[in-house]
Structures are given as structure tokens and as C-alpha cells.
Design a protein around this ligand. Structure first.
Ligand SMILES: Nc1ncnc2c1ncn2[C@@H]1O[C@H](COP(=O)(O)OP(=O)(O)OP(=O)(O)O)[C@@H](O)[C@H]1O
Ligand SMILES: [Mg+2]
Length: 313
């Protein structure tokens, strides 16, 4: 792994030779919350075996905000699902807070692209739902739910029905519901990708404030580089076919960050340059699907590359 300093102190680490994901010096000194060690994963499809992830090594510290970016189909969701315990790796281990992950658990809560709320329950009952399953009494769970609804600025909407909320409000309910469970870690898979630019900008600000207050460990997948720069302590770029960690960037900018900040824009441009080679590879696969020699799998149905710099925000 080689280190260089890019745009105004943007620290870049090349994963030329995977060495166990040692990360930056800042990362080395803190307590680990998540350890991904030599994780590989393939899927069986009707065209044969699809090798999705190869020897992924990644360590995330307690209270750290880490973003994963990479071309469509490079295995980001698969890696997230392995960490969530929803999918099993073929080889390698994942450790969360010192315990080997063997399935889903309340210490890791996933927030998806579409807020998976219960439409038959109102806002506050959605937030209370997991607490009820945990056996927490009515009054206590109401207080906890109100605390987190206040954090996402939805106190006024506590009695609203889910269908009465906007997309951004639904995602804020999903965040409140996740936080109410007091997990060690939030796993967020493109949670804001269906939202308009303004709502996204507001949620970037809110999520930063929530993270600064709660200091939860967050693993966040996005295609929007500016979003990643706005939110993350570190950004990992995954290469494609199979997914490998290609590069790590440490974002040392003061918080809360603004999408329109000049440093955020400059860092985004630099990171996008790095990602472009991977996106080009996916595009070449799409153009010549039958005779692709770029990747280790037979590319018959690669989705369009959807990584964007997020410059329109
Ligand atoms: N259950 C499955 N069975 C077979 N193949 C799968 C399965 N799940 C994922 N894949 C394949 O694994 C690869 C990685 O998928 P994954 O969803 O992890 O990518 P991604 O990086 O999250 O993509 P996107 O950015 O589009 O969300 C893809 O080629 C996909 O077709
Ligand atoms: Mg995905």
C-alpha cells in the first residue's frame, strides 16, 4: 500500500497489494468496531459462477463514518449484506465489536434505499416497533421514540400516517427507528439515492449532526461521490469483477460539511478521477458483452454505470 497527499491534504492509499486493510495512521490508533478479513464471495447463476468479491480486507473504528463507492455490480450491497449477516461469505471472517458475525443481530441495523416502514402503523409506532419486540414498556418506548423523532425533526408528524410523508421524511423515520434500537452500527445502502437534490442536501446535514451526537459507526454505500466526501471519514473505492478494494481516501475536513463547499467539490473531483477507470471498465463490458476480456466473469447483463459526482446538488 502506498500513501500520497492529493488535493489540500487529501490522503490517498493505494491498495496495490492487499495487506489486511491496515488503513491510515489515524485508523490504526482507535478501537476497531468492524473487521472484515479476507472475505470472498461468489454466486451461482444460470451462466455459471459469478465471482463477486475477492479478498476484501477492511477495518472500521468505533464511531467512524466510512463510505463504499464503486461501479454498479461491484459487490457493495453484497458486502453490506455479509456485514449485516444476511448473506454468508464463501471464505473469510467478519467481526463486529470483537464477535464473529454469524447472522443478523440487533447490533447492526440496515437502512435501505426505500425506507421499509410499516404502512399500517403511524410514525411513532413505526419507531417504537423494534422496542416493543425487545419488551420495552409502553411509556419508556414512547419516550425513546420521541427522543429520536426530535433528533430527525419529525416530532410534529409523530401521529401521521406513512403515506402522508415525503420520501425524505420517510427516510428520517427509518433513521429514527434504527437509532431507537441503539445499535452499535448503522449499515446504510444508498439511503438517499431516490431523493431530490435539496432533500438530500438537508439529510446530509442532519445525518452529520446525528452522527456527531450519537457517534455511531456508520458504513454507507453511495454512487454519489460528493455525498461520500460530505459524510465520510474514509472512502473506499471498490474495483469491479471481482470487487476488490482499490483505493482508500481519508477525508480530513471540518464538520458539518456542506455539499457546496469548495474543498468538498475539489476532493470529489479527485476521487471521481480515480473511479473513472473502473466505470470505463464497466462501460466497455456493456459495449462488448460477449467478448469482454476485462473482467473475470462472462459479462452478459451488466447494469449501466450509475456512479455520479453529485455535482448538481
Ligand atoms: N443472490 C444473487 N444471486 C446471483 N447473483 C447475485 C446475487 N446477488 C448479487 N448478485 C450479483 O453480484 C454482483 C454484485 O451485486 P451487488 O448488488 O452486490 O452490486 P452493487 O455494487 O451493490 O451494485 P449497485 O451499485 O448496482 O447496487 C452483481 O453481478 C449481481 O448480479
Ligand atoms: Mg447495491
Amino acid at each position: 500500500m502506498s500513501e500520497s497527499v492529493g488535493v489540500d491534504n487529501l490522503i490517498e492509499l493505494d491498495y496495490v497489494k492487499i495487506d489486511g486493510g491496515q488503513g491510515t495512521s489515524k485508523a490504526n490508533s482507535a478501537k476497531r468496531d468492524l473487521c472484515i478479513q479476507h472475505v470472498s464471495k461468489s454466486f451461482q447463476s444460470k451462466n455459471g459462477s459469478v465471482y463477486v468479491l475477492e479478498d476484501i480486507n477492511l477495518e472500521i473504528n468505533q464511531g467512524e463514518f466510512v463510505c463504499l463507492v464503486g461501479p454498479s455490480g461491484c459487490g457493495k450491497t453484497t458486502l453490506m449484506n455479509i456485514v449485516a449477516g444476511l448473506e454468508k461469505a464463501d471464505s473469510g471472517d467478519v467481526w463486529a465489536n470483537g464477535r464473529r458475525i454469524q447472522g443478523a443481530g440487533p447490533d447492526r441495523v440496515v437502512i435501505f434505499q426505500e425506507a421499509a416502514l410499516f404502512p399500517w402503523l403511524n410514525v411513532i409506532k413505526n419507531v417504537e416497533f423494534g422496542l416493543k419486540l425487545k419488551g420495552i414498556s409502553g411509556r419508556e418506548r414512547r419516550n425513546i421514540a420521541l427522543e429520536y423523532l426530535k433528533m430527525v425533526h419529525l416530532t410534529k408528524f409523530q401521529n401521521s400516517h406513512i403515506h402522508e410523508l415525503s420520501g425524505g421524511m420517510k427516510q428520517r423515520v427509518a433513521i429514527a427507528r434504527a437509532l431507537a434500537m441503539n445499535p452499535e452500527m448503522l449499515l446504510m445502502d444508498e439511503p438517499f439515492s431516490a431523493l431530490d437534490a435539496q432533500t438530500r442536501w438537508i439529510l446530509h446535514y442532519e445525518l452529520q449532526n446525528i452522527w456527531m451526537k450519537t457517534k455511531k459507526t456508520i458504513l454507507f454505500v453511495t454512487h454519489n461521490i460528493r455525498e461520500a466526501v460530505c459524510l465520510a471519514d474514509r472512502i473506499f473505492i471498490l474495483s469491479t469483477s471481482p470487487g476488490r478494494i482499490k483505493k482508500e481516501f481519508a477525508i480530513d475536513l471540518p464538520r458539518p460539511r456542506d455539499d457546496n463547499d469548495v474543498n468538498v467539490a475539489e476532493y470529489s473531483t479527485r476521487i471521481m478521477q480515480e473511479l473513472k477507470a473502473e466505470i470505463d471498465k464497466v462501460v466497455r463490458c456493456e459495449m462488448d458483452a460477449d467478448s469482454c476480456v476485462e473482467c473475470d466473469i462472462k459479462c452478459t447483463s451488466v447494469e449501466p454505470a450509475k456512479t455520479d459526482i453529485g455535482g448538481g446538488i
